[in-house]
Design a protein around this ligand. Structure first.
Ligand code: ADP
Ligand code: MG
Length: 303
């Protein structure tokens, strides 16, 4: 089963064009949707989750026409929104049981079994009686995943689940997600490059409603090999470097500034080669977009 999005556009009543002609083919497994705040990630996810209408375009999930057969989608969808409220005074097990009833798991013994299994899977079994108001951010997100997994969804959408988690919680959460992959379409949106590089076999980069690049992270990184160069400069020199070269990132390093430039050949002796990372891919794609340079999304698609 694949999720196939074609020419999807969406504007809001206030005139914001949140998605422009988005086309993506999302196979089973973990798919990363990477982009900065305001890129359109949540808009795309809410549209796939049948929570809002598109202006134009199509979405198919296997045989299902997502934009018209909403009930069919909802039956097989697990959606973890970017922000969700929990009832602070209710225990995790009790609330999960309640959501299971809403999901249609009405048979008591079956429901109990499902709820226990999900609490185990999300590592919340020990705290199942604890009130959700006392949960940490990571525990809340894991609870959100438990809710999303009710009913064995084949389409799982998680919107920026790692934002706000501390490093240990983030790793635990990504490990949990990585177990879901294989038999479902799992779409993870994030503004954190490492979420995608650690977890996703395919990805898209989105900015201001447009897909800048779609493909495999490893292939995208390989495409950059031999074309990324680094140099450590003083902060005062950064502007001159940016004027002279295609600087894709600058970062502070022990009080100085490390710049990465994207160039087919070594710009000069002062630059050292870099083993490219997904961050270089991301910043290069974003840089082209901001400067409005050449490469069309079609040209950036990787096999
Ligand atoms: P992301 O999830 O990548 O941060 P969003 O999909 O939330 O991006 O937002 C994309 C753009 O659409 C932003 O400019 C945002 O301000 C705008 N937007 C999002 N939701 C609404 C809404 N309900 N009404 C008007 N504008 C919105
Ligand atoms: Mg969002």
């Amino acid at each position: 089963m694949e999720l196939i999005i074609r020419n999807l556009s969406k504007s809001y009543a206030n005139g914001v064009q949140a998605l422009t002609d988005v086309s993506l083919t999302i196979p089973q497994g973990m798919y990363g949707l990477l982009g900065p705040n305001g890129a359109g990630k949540s808009t795309l996810m809410r549209t796939i989750a049948t929570l809002q209408e598109a202006d134009s375009g199509t979405i198919r999930l296997g045989e299902i026409d997502v934009l018209t057969q909403k009930e069919e989608v909802r039956r097989t969808l697990g959606y973890l929104p970017q922000e969700f409220g929990v009832y602070p005074k209710v225990g995790a097990e009790e609330l999960l049981d309640h959501f299971a009833v809403l999901k249609g798991i009405t048979h008591r013994a079956e429901r109990k079994e499902t709820v226990q299994a999900l609490l185990q899977q999300t590592n919340l079994y020990e705290v199942r009686k604890k009130k959700l108001g006392g949960f940490s951010g990571g525990m809340r997100q894991r609870f959100g995943i438990a809710v999303a997994l009710l009913g064995n969804p084949r389409l799982i959408i998680v919107d920026e689940p790692t934002a706000g988690l501390d490093p240990a919680e983030r790793v635990r959460f990504l490990n949990l997600l990585s177990e879901l992959g294989e038999n479902s379409v799992v779409i993870l949106s994030t503004h954190i490059v490492e979420d995608v590089s650690e977890l996703c076999s395919r990805m898209a980069i989105i900015d201001r409603g447009e897909i800048l690049l779609e493909g495999e992270p490893l292939a995208a990184i390989e495409k950059m090999r031999g074309k990324v160069w680094k140099k450590i400069v003083d902060r005062s020199e950064v502007a001159a470097e940016e004027a002279a070269h295609h600087v894709i990132s600058t970062r502070m390093l022990a009080g100085r500034t490390m710049i990465h430039v994207h160039h087919d050949a070594r710009p000069d002796e002062s630059f050292q080669p870099v083993d490219p990372s997904l961050e270089d891919v991301y910043f290069a794609a974003m840089g082209r977009h901001i400067s409005g340079e050449g490469e069309t999304p079609e040209a950036a698609v990787l096999a």
